[in-house]
Design a binder for this molecule. Structure first.
Ligand code: C5P
Length: 237
């Protein structure tokens, strides 16, 4: 994996044409794309297949959460498409073990990522869900559970990446959304981190959406994120 592969751009667009135009503009600056729920309903899978043919990496962000039988069968279907990463929610062992069975049954190499606690949620949101844990506590609990269930990695905030690394191992993937340069708007994200801090904390990939896709010059914005990532990777080596 190159330093450029560390940046994953969230292709959150409602038509395939808009998403393709963005990919065209970003060109070789971006090598890894995330296809999520919005684009899914605009031939997101078709576009994801085209991206793979063009040599890009693809993260299918479907965030499955359902009864074990449904998750197992849905993951088998999604993993058989051969994309790089696929998400499920990491709330409980039954869901995560079912996802591993589904992926293995499909004979797929797709890596499974468990979403720990959405980066848009803060301590008050967890209290509303009757959780006695703070976001970092719940994230570490769920990341350890995911690791024990045979999941390949987690989606969490960069703020929790260091503790996740300590609680798991070097091979466990840590993918962090909620990434913002100091000059960017947070939007609806609550637990945000700069690219440098996320890399420093041990994140393998940084997911960036609106700061790139909503920029006047998306390629320039993506280059700024790549530069911040590269500088931190170089500083650490
Ligand atoms: O636009 P922004 O940079 O906030 O986009 C972040 C992307 O990462 C969105 O596509 C969102 O669905 C996704 N995501 C997230 N938090 C998670 C998991 C995925 O923000 N815990």
């Amino acid at each position: 994996m190159t330093a450029t592969d560390k940046l994953i751009v969230a292709l959150d667009r409602s038509t395939r044409a808009e998403a393709e135009a963005l990919v065209e503009v970003l060109g070789p600056t971006v090598t890894f794309y995330k296809v999520g729920l919005e684009l899914l309903f605009a031939d997101g899978i078709g576009l994801a297949e085209k991206l793979k043919q063009d040599g890009k990496n693809v993260f299918l962000d479907l965030k499955f959460l359902d009864i074990a039988n449904t998750v197992e069968r849905a993951v088998a279907q999604a993993a058989s498409l051969g994309f790089d990463y696929l998400t499920i929610h990491g709330h409980d062992a039954k869901t995560m073990k079912a996802a591993v069975r589904g992926r293995d049954h499909a004979g797929s190499h797709t890596k499974l990522l468990a979403v720990t606690v959405l980066t848009s949620l803060d301590a008050d949101d967890l209290k509303q869900q009757q959780s006695r844990m703070t976001p970092p506590e719940l994230v570490i609990h769920r990341a350890s559970l995911a690791h024990d269930c045979g999941i390949d990695g987690v989606v969490a905030s960069g703020q929790e990446a260091k503790s996740i690394r300590n609680a798991t191992n070097e091979d466990f993937l840590i993918v962090t959304p909620g990434i913002r340069l100091p000059t960017d708007e947070a939007g609806d994200q609550a637990r945000v981190t700069t690219p440098a801090d996320a890399i420093k904390a041990g994140a393998n990939h940084l997911v960036v959406g609106r700061p790139i896709t909503g920029a006047d010059d998306p390629a320039k914005a993506a280059k700024a994120f790549n530069l911040a990532i590269n500088q931190q990777v170089d500083a650490a080596s």
